[in-house]
Design a protein around this ligand. Sequence first.
Ligand SMILES: *[C@@H]1O[C@H](CO)[C@@H](O)[C@H](O)[C@H]1NC(C)=O
Ligand SMILES: *[C@@H]1O[C@H](CO)[C@@H](O)[C@H](O)[C@H]1NC(C)=O
Ligand SMILES: *[C@@H]1O[C@H](CO)[C@@H](O)[C@H](O)[C@H]1NC(C)=O
Ligand SMILES: *[C@@H]1O[C@H](CO)[C@@H](O)[C@H](O)[C@H]1NC(C)=O
Ligand SMILES: *[C@@H]1O[C@H](CO)[C@@H](O)[C@H](O)[C@H]1NC(C)=O
Ligand SMILES: *[C@@H]1O[C@H](CO)[C@@H](O)[C@H](O)[C@H]1NC(C)=O
Length: 593
Amino acid sequence: MDRAPLHLVLLLLLTVTTFPLTLSISPDHFFRPSSAAPKSTLSGLEYKEFFEIIHPLPSDHLKPSCALHIIHHTFANTVNRPPFSTPYSPPSDCPPPWRHVSLEFRANSRGDQYDRISGLWLGGAELLRTSTAEPTESGIFWIVRKDITRYSSLLSKTNINFTIMLENVVNSVYTGVYHVDVTIFFYKDAAVRAPVTGGDHISIFPKDGGFGAKGLYESPADLIIPISSFRDSKGYWFIIERDTDVHFRKLRFPDNTRRAVLELYVSFHGNDEFWYSNPSNNYIRMNNLTTLRGNGAFREVFVTIDGMFVASEVPFPVIFTGGINPLFWEPTVAIGAFDLPTYDFDLTPLLGVLLDGKDHVVGVGVSDGISYWLVDANLHLWLDIGAASVEAKSVVYHNPGSSIKRQEEFRNLDGSFSIKGKRKTQLVGWIKSSAGNFTTTVMHQFKFRSSIRYGKNGNYKQARQDMKSTREVKVMNEMGRLLTRITIKRTYPLKVVTLNLPGTKKDTYMLITNVSHSLIDTYSYGKFSSFVHNKQVANGWMEVKNHDVIAGEAVTNQTLISRDESGCYVRTVAAIGGSLIIDNSTYGCPSFF
Ligand SMILES: *[C@@H]1O[C@H](CO)[C@@H](O)[C@H](O)[C@H]1NC(C)=O
Ligand SMILES: *[C@@H]1O[C@H](CO)[C@@H](O)[C@H](O)[C@H]1NC(C)=O
Ligand SMILES: *[C@@H]1O[C@H](CO)[C@@H](O)[C@H](O)[C@H]1NC(C)=O
Ligand SMILES: *[C@@H]1O[C@H](CO)[C@@H](O)[C@H](O)[C@H]1NC(C)=O
Ligand SMILES: *[C@@H]1O[C@H](CO)[C@@H](O)[C@H](O)[C@H]1NC(C)=O
Ligand SMILES: *[C@@H]1O[C@H](CO)[C@@H](O)[C@H](O)[C@H]1NC(C)=O
């Protein structure tokens, strides 16, 4: 189950199959060898910075009370090796509690290398899922920052392992090694006013982390239980290779659990790296294609408890830096590539079933998934500190299942495929703790649409996807009065167009590639509301030999608008040929937001 060499296997397959049959049917994973790189990526002698555009962290303008440099490690030929672990204890000069905690992941690399996936765990619970940027001959670096305040209970523990997995291949072709430093910053102080950078808006960072950091986390949980693989020899993630691969972890819930949220970490690779553009198996079979990227363009990551379905999500289609056209992702990587989105499921209404003092089995799987997915989860539990146990009952479990309609129509290599899916689940349960008797109602629904169209004898491909997910958590007291309502809506439209044309040389081909995608989140909690609107549009072309990009042009534009109770942050970036031509940011929304 070695992951990194998959690219090598693909390369071999490609050289023995005839063009264009296999090439045209999927977006692909490429790399930019320095020997043939377009000029722009070679210019400059200094290490160039890559970045993902995110909302500034609540702690960005604070001075940390202390810093713990936990990882300083080089990932060279680490394929099939266990992850790197080092002991962790909180710094003695600033014991818990903390106002904020943030994690900083710094990496640099030079040479030739594919993008790689990486996971960071503390005591087996995942803190960050990130992918690497593809280096250049002159070197690149990047910094990922994440608010990890929600993991405070884990961060308070002593003598646990901090673990990082980053499988890399280094040989005569792939020369890029990744040098990684991870530092954890602890903040004792409360947030302060941020500097105002123009506009009439006064910005104050929110108390509990900006949007996205908050989610369903009112305050950090008292206990975090990893739903991850016990053997850390391959990393703590579960490796899911097919539909029927459901991985389990058995655990007992503390009797005084009053609230439970499951946080899911997900990434997709190999034949499912571009699952959102995979055609049906009929199409592959009828055209005698050799590709293994099939099963259609719909995937649902699901969670079971004692074998019963309890939650699921269609994940956000993260594009890694070698994906579709690597020239797009320099210096701004695709949305989520450095900090993959996670998915929170409020399981509080199920506590009536889970608090019976017996073992329960939490499972994760991917419906229609093919090799391979890396999935694990953290179970965040809030306890009734004032009581040895709480009384709970699950009242409603409503899950009529998902409805999925698939249509396909094709003749030879041309045709169209569409999938419409939806699901709605509802859970209701009450908990009587020392704070009172509260009823929690959790509703989750999604609507999903995908369409794939092939033309020009399979050389033109357009893949579109639309996903809308709505979650609502309501808490009522015994009198039936509504105390809390949290609504989280996520939308992520995607469009990928590729056109295959003959190259300028016998053994090359041209790919015209266009990508546009967004991640739109809105969050409301009582009178408080916030949103994030993050959109990228990238157009370009490249000339390819095997999987090597030997020439090309790319324009990538991105706008992030995020607004919360503290104010608004807008950043607009445009990059041409890997150079930023616009990078404007401001604390203050345009008047129409
Ligand atoms: C931490 O990691 C080391 C090395 O992999 C291992 O020997 C040790 O058992 C781990 N400790 C814990 C608490 O998991
Ligand atoms: C696929 O292979 C079969 C058997 O070799 C052959 O009869 C058929 O014509 C092929 N179809 C296409 C579209 O090439
Ligand atoms: C808690 O409240 C629910 C709904 O109001 C009620 O049905 C249940 O009997 C209450 N439980 C206790 C132990 O009072
Ligand atoms: C890609 O986008 C550009 C600019 O919008 C457009 O001119 C071009 O036709 C698109 N290419 C394809 C293959 O759709
Ligand atoms: C990207 O931004 C540049 C600079 O503002 C603009 O000229 C170009 O039209 C934009 N391209 C797309 C595809 O939005
Ligand atoms: C971006 O900044 C430049 C220079 O600072 C300014 O000329 C331009 O108008 C700004 N563009 C936007 C869209 O704010």
